[in-house]
Design a protein around this ligand. Sequence first.
Ligand SMILES: *Cc1c(COP(=O)(O)O)cnc(C)c1O
Length: 392
Amino acid sequence: MGDRSMYTKAVHAGDDHSSHYGALSVPIYPASVFAFTDADEGAAIHNEEKDGYYYGRLGNPTQRALETAVAELENTDAALALASGMAAVSAAIFTLVKSGEHIVAPQSMYATTTNFLHHLKERFDIETTFVDATNAENYRAAIQPNTKLFWIETPTNPLVLVTDIEAVTAIAREHGIATVADNTFATPFNQRPCELGVDAVIHSATKYLGGHSDLTAGVLVGKSEVVESARHGANKFYGGNIAPQVAWLVIRGIKTLALRMERHNSNAFAIANMLGDHPKVEAVYYPGLESHPNHEIAKRQMPGGYGGMIGLDLGTVEAGKIFANSVRLCTLATSLGGVETILQHSASMTHATISREDRLKAGITDGLIRLSVGVEDVNDLIDDLTQALDKI
Ligand SMILES: *Cc1c(COP(=O)(O)O)cnc(C)c1O
């Protein structure tokens, strides 16, 4: 299905009716143990000479259906589905880097990934240099003799910054360094980093792939050597396997991924433009706006659209709070990627426990709002956001 549209792929990726008695919807296999026909077969499956299942932590037909689907959507070799986005982040890093080695990563990105990299330094002597990833050359400048991995996240959480994936992977290839991209914000509908040269992609499937704010899951997807070594290493040792029931829910979410993303993209584009023209809004961050510093790169590497995530700055903590307290249709919550529009005021929510100085260093200004635009009617959303802005 290589050349089919993403709309078709989202519906049919991973289809394998004949393996499941013709069932159109892949069955949920709630099995932790699988029987062998005889001892020789048991040995062959254990040795990976024969394809098959034997123990729940190491795979399941429902999990495999999800993996096949995501690998097709990202247009790459293989995938490993896991229990959360962070299980995918840690599986990728533990597969590609060991003690005494070095990583280069964005200075502004998903905060738990940043904290995990600090944890790796403290506990495992794996050091990370954090760079301004909006300029690919900063990755080159940070290379050390022991650099093994360039971590990319684009667009980033929460400032929607954009990294030039092709430029970073080109530098990595020159130096034999692996590359992984967190593609959670864009999804394969908007952007396919494996086509641009990265070795692997991770997803928090909790967000857009699942799409309904009703599950926690993750996927590592990319070149077979990375994915299979994660499957038989990090996943086997540290656990973090996905439950078959959850894998099924992600598959169900993916069926409408293209439809949902088309709407997330068009709603967010209209709302970003409205916010850009509003006198109460000091700044809007959205890769689809010409005012975005890396708009030209986003235009090139995000052929499907610019996504549903918008950052907006209302200037002060007070203004941010008034706005957050005034929305009626939009919901105050910290996640993203669901069908419903949710927003958070970082200074009084996710970043309330850190000092103002550290928060500002991370680019989280006093009045920053992160908006995850849902698939509701755009005029209803604009009405709600406008009445909340009017209260400031
Ligand atoms: C949510 C998120 C993660 C972590 O995913 P979980 O499913 O919460 O473990 C990683 N990266 C990004 C960009 C995210 O938004």
